[in-house]
Design a protein around this ligand. Structure first.
Ligand SMILES: [Fe+2]
Ligand SMILES: [Fe+2]
Length: 197
């Protein structure tokens, strides 16, 4: 089929937009999993599902901040404003994840957890729709398939070294130089140099 090249192993390599869209779907599925587990006896299942969601969302937002937003900034008309709005949403997502992590999702606290969780879900859904509308189409338009596969590899590499959870109150995270998730990764990379003197 035209445009569907395969890697040397014979497995079809994924396009960057297909990969990012699939991640949005996986995030939706994990929101479902947490909601249906909430209130389980002892809360173990619900806490485990929440940790999976937090890990996936953190990896996804880190990769977008490192690979997708910097590209969109230059490739889209009004890119600066579009990306600034997405980074502000990602900042709120990080804070909400950390708040929810400290809440009980079973027992008497279940209703409060689900209220806060529903608000995060709504914001995350709106955020994903905005990315799919403003940032993903320019990744497809006018770029060749090999470049899009290389972008997908870069996204997967960024995901694989991302932290498991957002960093609480990241110092300097609001300066716009890096996104709220990726800023933590940048600091971690700098750390050995600081110790060298
Ligand atoms: Fe994002
Ligand atoms: Fe996204």
């Amino acid at each position: 089929m035209a445009g569907r090249d395969t890697s040397p192993g014979g497995v079809a390599e994924e396009d960057v937009v297909a990969l990012l869209t699939r991640r949005h779907d996986e995030i939706r599925e994990l929101f479902d999993a947490v909601e249906s587990a909430a209130g389980d006896e002892g809360g173990d299942e619900c806490r485990a599902a929440f940790r999976r969601l937090m890990r996936l969302l953190t990896a996804h937002e880190t990769a977008e901040e490192e690979i997708v937003h910097p590209y969109a900034r230059g490739a889209v008309a009004g890119g600066e404003e579009i990306v600034a709005a997405r980074l502000e949403e990602e900042r709120r997502t990080g804070r909400a994840l950390l708040r929810l992590e400290s809440m009980d999702c079973s027992g008497p606290a279940r209703a409060g957890f689900l209220r806060e969780f529903a608000a995060l879900r709504e914001e995350t859904e709106a955020h994903a729709r905005a990315e799919e509308r403003y940032e993903f189409p320019p990744l497809e338009a006018g770029s060749d398939p090999e470049w899009r596969r290389a972008m997908a590899r870069a996204v997967r590499a960024a995901e694989s070294v991302a932290p498991a959870r957002p960093y609480p109150a990241a110092p300097g995270g609001g300066d716009g130089a890096a996104g709220p998730f990726a800023a933590v990764v940048d600091r971690a990379r700098e750390a050995p140099h600081r110790e060298e003197r």
